[in-house]
Design a binder for this molecule. Structure first.
Ligand SMILES: [Zn+2]
Ligand SMILES: [Zn+2]
Length: 235
């Protein structure tokens, strides 16, 4: 199971972004194209991360395949004992890699996770460090306001990527998610179903704007042998 982001960390993250926006000054028209470009870039980040995590091989021969393909009840003591034996052998990063692969046969589990669990690893390892670095940069160098706005939207979009992915696997979503889907700022479950049907395309899960580019990069990576089909499931 992924860890939840502790709420003080999440609060610090939000305050750090607010500080950057305050340092950015009064918004002007350039903030709009900057924000849209950042919304694309966040989608691209989500797509590239998802692509690499889906295909990055797990450590073979330590029992991950048995956990992945376990046939019986996942509530059983037998399964719990297997997990307790296997999972401590892998690093937190490999646990994330495993979770991406595990999402394919069991997609709805992601939608059932609480918000702070969905964004937990991303806030801790990427969102908060990036937000604090942006504070530092904005204090040291006089960055233009639109550039700070770009960075803030990119950090928000990147950090919420797994939450947005989760909304594609549940039906009861907040009104804002529905509204953003209607105007194309977030992708639809129908569009994301293409990924689950093939596992070879449409890795981006925020709004899907970058999927044409990510699909090209995926095909190139497969042709060149940078990614292998065998990485999709633990061995
Ligand atoms: Zn996937
Ligand atoms: Zn999915």
């Amino acid at each position: 199971m992924m860890k939840a982001a502790p709420w003080p960390v999440t609060l610090l993250f939000a305050l750090s972004l607010a500080l950057s926006l305050w340092l950015a000054g009064v918004p002007d028209w350039r903030w709009l194209p900057a924000a849209l470009a950042a919304w694309y870039a966040a989608d691209l980040l989500s797509g590239l991360t998802h692509m690499v995590m889906d295909y990055r091989p797990c450590t073979p021969g330590i029992g991950l395949a048995e956990v992945f393909h376990y046939e019986g009840s996942r509530e059983s003591a037998d399964y719990q004992a297997l997990r307790a034996r296997v999972m401590p052998q892998i690093s937190p990063f490999e646990r994330l890699v495993y979770d991406f692969k595990n999402h394919h046969p069991r997609p709805d589990a992601l939608g059932r996770r609480p918000f702070l669990v969905q964004i937990g690893s991303t806030v801790l390892f990427a969102g908060l460090p990036a937000a604090l670095l942006l504070n530092l940069a904005a204090v040291i160098v006089p960055l233009p306001g639109w550039l700070i706005a770009f960075a803030v939207v990119l950090i928000i979009g990147g950090t919420l990527a797994q939450y947005f992915h989760g909304t594609l696997h549940r039906s009861d979503n907040p009104w804002i998610v529905q509204a953003m889907r209607r105007i194309g700022l977030l992708m639809t479950p129908q569009a994301h179903a293409l990924h689950h049907a093939t596992l070879r395309r449409d890795f981006a899960t925020n709004n899907g704007w970058s999927n044409p580019l990510v699909n090209r990069l995926f095909n190139l990576a497969i042709r060149r042998g940078w990614l292998h089909e065998s990485g999709l499931e633990p061995l």
